[in-house]
Each structure stands twice: as structure tokens, then as C-alpha cells.
Write a protein that binds this ligand. Sequence first.
Ligand code: ZN
Length: 147
Amino acid sequence: MKKALKTYRHVLIISDHVHRERAKCKQRELQNRDRFVQLKVISQLGDGTVEALLSEQPIGSALILCGEGALETERVAVSLGYARNDIYIETQQQMRAFCSQCHHITSLVTHERFVCENCRNQLEPSEHYSSYHRAHLAYPVFIESDD
Ligand SMILES: [Zn+2]
């Protein structure tokens, strides 16, 4: 179970330039609750500066990631000893679905059928949510022919 962000004394927000405004809002919101909130804006979440940033944080810090590459960064953080429950990923409010055939993740606007961008299977999102992929599992749709 994730704790509420306001229960952390120290929060690090890492954002790329694209999501800077969103990250600043988050920082202000948390700072109003007397938390120490550090915001780092870097060009890309996937680059090498992240590792150095992460390894100098006090134990038990929360981490908020804003931007492309957040999932990769989460993996780096976990490998450095962060608990998955202490990591928050701010994404656009889109639903994500992963293909049961090739595990490719597609961002969806609706819960309807879609075509996997990678393997071109027609898929239908299920209610099964994977916290590892942070996405819903999507199964292939078998289209019945009339003949
Ligand atoms: Zn696929």
C-alpha cells in the first residue's frame, strides 16, 4: 500500500522540461504542508544524472517522477534501494494497457478496443491491472467471421 505523500518529510521531484510546470505545482502543493520538497528539472529522466541524484537522498524519501522515462527511472531507483511504494509517477491521466502477446504498452484515451502499436493485434483492455507494468492487461480480440 502506498502512503499518502503528505506523510513523507522529504520528497524529491524529478521532472523533465516538458512537465516542469506540473512538477512545480506538485512542489508548491506539498510545501504548503511544511515538507521539504526538492525539485530537480533535468533534460531527460533517462539520463545519467538521475542515478547520482537518487543515491544522495535520505533513506525513506518519497520520489515523484514526472515525464517520459519515468518507468525506467523507477527501475533505477528500485535497484538503488528505493521501495516501489515510495515512488510516485505523475503521468497524464491516460490509461495504459499492455499487450498480452508482446507486452508493448499503449496509452489509451478510452477503455475500448485498440490495435497494438507493436504487433498489430486487435486488443481489448481487461480489468486486470499489473502494478509492475502500471497498465491494464489487454487480450487479443478474436473476430468471428460470418461464413
Ligand atoms: Zn502487441
